[in-house]
Design a binder for this molecule. Structure first.
Ligand code: NDP
Length: 328
């Protein structure tokens, strides 16, 4: 038997509760994992509360990421005792996920836990940190180096933004951090930002082209902020767009793309190919300083509290990352 958060939808409606399950409840898969930690992402908040139709199969265990140890495997790459990490692939949406003491998954989805991290640290990084690394890899792939010029990070005090600032600073980039929370300026400077930009400067409708400011960008916000960032990119600048914290729309013009050769690189962590995931986790191990990870911080909650904290995450009442100790 194992404990899990289980979501059901039936005549009684949509319900999330703490349940005792047996192995018959585990889905198809060639690797069974003893989960150590999961996290509570925005998407998990939507799944637990039912506020958005994130869950597309019932009953289902939520939790889009997890770190743990292989309990049983028929996959050639994994043996009993291996430490592993999982992000995305529809886990926690269409396949039971990490908010449980046990998970059964496809071995092809799993990444070996880098030796640099404990399972708890891997989940403090979580899908947010892994996505930040994918953004940095995209800038590199398109030729941006510290010598290219300043890189801007939007939603900088958030989960993805904080890790992006820390990674870029460690790699030698000059980083401008855009935030709507001026009280986080010292925190962002400690992570390595050289300048702080008030979000208000970028959140109103802007011109198709603005003064050239940045060589690279990591955008977690979308909408007017992304449009204004694109408009202020230097010639041949690169924008890695991964988020929609400010809106799903993109009220922009093609001017930055056709007149300045700007590249808009889309970042998706969920279905990202395995080779790039392996690279992202290896690079996190070398490029995310442990002191910076500690500074970004995370709060650890027991499994049952995921039910209580989920609506708080959606309401924006939780600062920093929430790691779930599924065995507590
Ligand atoms: P957080 O909630 O931790 O951070 C989002 C940040 O965005 C906030 O801290 C805030 O930054 C800023 N923000 C919030 N609301 C607004 C607003 N109305 N206008 C402008 N800025 C705003 O989220 P995460 O960092 O975990 O995720 C960031 C985004 O990336 C989300 O949209 C998420 O869905 C997406 N995401 C996408 C992934 C992918 O695969 N593409 C994977 C993971 C996340 P500040 O306080 O500094 O102003």
């Amino acid at each position: 038997m194992y404990r899990a958060i289980q979501i059901t939808k039936d005549a009684d409606g949509y319900q999330a509760r703490l349940a005792e399950l047996d192995d018959d409840n585990l889905p198809e898969g060639d690797v069974t994992v003893d989960v150590a930690y999961s996290t509570l992402n925005f998407k998990d908040g939507l799944a637990i509360t039912g506020q958005s139709p994130v869950v597309r199969k019932f009953p289902l265990v939520p939790g889009i990421d997890l770190a743990g140890t292989v309990r049983d495997s028929s996959h050639p790459d994994f043996k009993v005792g291996d430490a592993v990490v999982l992000n995305g692939w529809g886990v926690g949406e269409t396949h039971s996920g990490g908010l449980a003491q046990r998970a059964r998954l496809k071995g092809d989805w799993l990444v070996p836990l880098p030796a640099a991290f404990t399972p708890q640290q891997a989940m403090a990084i979580g899908t947010a940190g892994y996505t930040a690394m994918l953004c940095v890899l995209a800038l590199e792939r398109h030729g941006i180096t510290p010598a290219s010029g300043e890189v801007v990070v939007t939603g900088a005090a958030g989960g993805v933004g904080s890790v992006a600032v820390a990674l870029l600073a460690k790699l030698g980039y000059t980083v401008a951090a855009v935030t709507g929370r001026p009280q986080e300026a010292d925190y962002l400077k400690a992570l390595g930002a050289s300048s702080i930009i008030d979000r208000a400067e970028l959140s109103a409708p802007g011109k198709p082209l603005a003064k050239e400011r940045w060589a690279g960008a990591v955008d977690t916000v979308g909408s007017h902020v992304l449009a204004n960032v694109c408009a202020a990119m230097k010639y041949r600048g690169v924008v890695a767009a991964c988020g929609l914290a400010g809106g799903m729309d993109l009220p922009a013009s093609v001017a930055p793309f056709i007149l300045r050769g700007v590249t808009l690189a889309g970042i998706d962590s969920v279905m990202c190919p395995k080779a790039e995931r392996l690279q992202a986790w290896q690079r996190l191990a070398t490029d995310l300083a442990p002191a910076q990870l500690a500074r970004i911080g995370s709060r650890v909650i027991p499994l049952a509290d995921a039910l209580i904290v989920a609506p708080q995450v959606l309401a924006g009442q939780v600062r920093g990352r929430v790691v779930v100790d599924v065995n507590a």
